[in-house]
Design a protein around this ligand. Sequence first.
Ligand SMILES: *[C@@H]1O[C@H](CO)[C@@H](O)[C@H](O)[C@H]1NC(C)=O
Ligand SMILES: *[C@@H]1O[C@H](CO)[C@@H](O)[C@H](O)[C@H]1NC(C)=O
Length: 273
Amino acid sequence: MTSVSFVSYSTPGLCQSVAMLPPAGHLLSLLLVIGTGGTVPSPRLAPQGCYVAEEAGERTFRCSQAGLRAVPTGIPNDTRKLYLDANRLASVPAGAFQHLPVLEELDLSHNVLAHLSGAAFQGLAGTLRHLDLSANQLASVPVEAFVGLQIQVNLSANPWRCDCALQEVLQRVRLAPGTGTGIVCGPGSRSDLVGQEFLPLVGEEELCGTGRGGARHSTDVALLVTMGGWLVLVVAYLAQYVWQNRDGTRRPLKRAPALPVPSEDSSTLSTVV
Ligand SMILES: *[C@@H]1O[C@H](CO)[C@@H](O)[C@H](O)[C@H]1NC(C)=O
Ligand SMILES: *[C@@H]1O[C@H](CO)[C@@H](O)[C@H](O)[C@H]1NC(C)=O
């Protein structure tokens, strides 16, 4: 249980003293289990196929290939690494891990995840560092799910819908090294993008209206507004002109009633228009 990680120390003196530790550590964890057995779920209470381990000195909860359809209950609250990979999880509800205040690493890979709550990782902002969502059925994830997290995430091998929302998600997270090429556009994407790697498309395609096309669009809007303003000014000027002209033509009318009034009126109007 405690014999895994003491290899990394290099000083021989330290090595010797550390070599003494495993039994003591073992005893300590035994005492802990006994001492807090009432409140902290012990390995015996873990869901079938799951077990608690101490890896690199960190409390680890392994539930790989356990046939799980939901995030199990009874995960010890001092768990730092949680492996739920290779199960049949289809979604992650809001606050699924919020009772794990020191969780650093979460492996949800090789499930059938198609939906993540926007609050799926709520409560993990200060601690979570690594998140594996690879090899699932995700076409999209809500960007809110990643707000505030400082994580490295593996998003490979999902049927991603390559759109603006995905671009926003990728601006929020850091991808685990070497996993960018694994983000490929799935069948929900625009037909000409299906099968293409996503990252090279960003900047090339109009996905958010913030690229080159988007800039052109906003220029068009500005031009329209300016032209509209000018049009209003011109129309106002014309209206005033016509109004004054009408007053001007009315007065001579009384003095010279013999003038062919209707024709003159229509001709001034037509020149104005
Ligand atoms: C786990 O829960 C116990 C009992 O509620 C509490 O005393 C302990 O501080 C918790 N541990 C962590 C790491 O939050
Ligand atoms: C990312 O996920 C893929 C598919 O599950 C896996 O092959 C790869 O090793 C992972 N990479 C990292 C850095 O976790």
